[in-house]
Design a protein around this ligand. Structure first.
Ligand code: PLP
Length: 409
């Protein structure tokens, strides 16, 4: 009789995992209030309150709400004057939007490798990628674990660069006791369905800089000015505004966030402590300047050698069969088809008259990212950390079970 569930044995876990998204009567009442207010879009007070609360919670002076994390990044770049001819340094271990946002504004994304301990953009690799064309760095707080902001602030200052924090996964995360988002020049958050605060879709830009705020505000509101009139269009802008319904859900999600962050902390750190006792598994570390993880992902590490050569894919399949939803995560972004053959060398931005560099994405290699994506990294989603410590015991038990029954695989 086999032991492993993948071979027909009993599953380690059959109980369902906490669901996501979550909502209660406060969300229902808030949505109804917007519905009955008759102001569903621009000009509603819910949106104004949300902006103020979100900015205050994240230690930021200004906030602009937009349609997605992608448009938050794109608007941030545009507001900072990043465009044709410029390069933007990004990690390859992130969601495609981080790099796409540079392309969207006509700039060229340049990939720099990640740090093998934290899986965040490596400041030394980023510095090595700086050229006279570099205009911005997008530092992604991957999985909600803050980047080395001391190093990126110093780098931005030294080379006169715009530092954008990609906080799509990092609501409430902290660097040296300050919430992420306005530590760099601009921060971009997402409220897409999977995110730790969600409205289905949506995004927000934070900044402490009044001029950047004003430009981002104009770009998201068809070029109007914060102090201007309705038919008073001063710069190029689109309609990237959020609805009042989304704002209502974000306000509720933000109220809920501190309690959920405590639960994720408890489960996340506990699971890390359990992994210490199992040879061959580990986890991405927080930088020692990071004081709070948002735990959008629990990012683990796998060492096939310590599992008798069992590939990560086989390990993940065995874990999934045990009732633990676990996944492999990203591919190196530059290996996506978009970068292999989707961006033409004879078109902008690569062939832009203002661009003096040359990039062949098929020749890019970031060894740490490639190892992590090919064989080392694994993810658990944030909602799995919203249960009890006993749920984490199940995860560790399943890993130990797979390891103890390698002869079956
Ligand atoms: C790191 C990162 N950046 C940007 C985004 C883009 O956000 P959105 O899906 O809201 O456009 C996401 C998530 O989807 C993300 O995980």
């Amino acid at each position: 009789m086999p032991n492993l569930a993948i071979n027909g044995g009993e599953k380690t876990r059959t109980k369902p995992w906490p669901k996501w998204p979550i909502y209660d009567d406060n969300d229902r009442a808030a949505l109804l209030e917007v519905l009955e207010s008759d102001v569903w879009g621009i000009g509603g007070k819910t949106g104004e309150m949300m902006l103020q609360e979100f900015a205050e919670f994240h230690d930021a002076k200004h906030a602009v709400a937009v349609t997605s994390g992608t448009t938050a990044l794109e608007t941030s770049l545009r507001a900072a004057g990043v465009g044709p001819g410029h390069e933007v340094i990004v990690p390859p271990y992130t969601f495609i939007a981080t790099a796409n946002s540079a392309l969207m504004v006509g700039a060229v994304p340049i990939f720099a490798d990640i740090d093998p301990d934290t899986y965040n953009l490596d400041p030394a690799a980023a510095e090595a990628a700086v050229t006279e064309r570099t205009k911005a760095i997008i530092a992604v707080h991957i999985g909600g674990s803050p980047c080395n902001m001391d190093a990126f602030l110093a780098l931005a200052e030294k080379h006169d660069l715009i530092l954008i924090e990609d906080c799509a996964q990092a609501h409430g995360a902290e660097w040296r006791g300050t919430k992420v988002g306005a530590i760099g020049h601009l921060g971009a958050f997402s409220f897409q369905s999977s995110k730790n605060v969600t409205a289905g879709e949506g995004g927000i830009i934070l900044t402490n800089d009044g001029d950047l705020y004003s430009r981002a505000w104009s770009i998201h509101n068809v070029g109007r000015a914060p102090d201007g009139g309705w038919y008073d269009h001063r710069i190029l802008g689109a309609n990237l505004r959020l609805t009042q319904f989304q704002a209502a859900l974000i306000r509720c999600g933000l109220k809920r966030l501190p309690e959920l962050m405590d639960r994720r902390d408890e489960c996340g750190f506990y699971l890390q402590s359990l992994l210490k006792d199992i040879p061959g598994v580990d986890y991405a570390k927080m930088h020692n300047g990071a004081t709070r993880n948002a735990w959008h992902l629990f990012i683990g590490k796998y060492d096939a050698e310590a599992f008798g050569g069992l590939s990560r894919e086989q390990f993940l399949a065995a874990m999934n069969a045990e009732g633990i939803p676990i996944s492999r995560g990203y591919n190196p972004l530059y290996q996506e088809q978009l970068f292999r053959n989707g961006i033409r060398a004879d078109e902008c931005p690569l062939a832009c008259k203002l661009y003096t560099g040359s990039v062949d994405y098929t020749q890019v290699h970031c060894p740490v990212t490639e190892r992590v994506c090919a064989s080392e990294g694994w993810w658990l989603f944030q909602s799995m950390l919203l249960g009890e410590k006993a749920d984490m015991d199940d995860i560790a038990a399943a890993i130990a079970k797979v390891r103890d029954n390698l002869n079956e695989l």
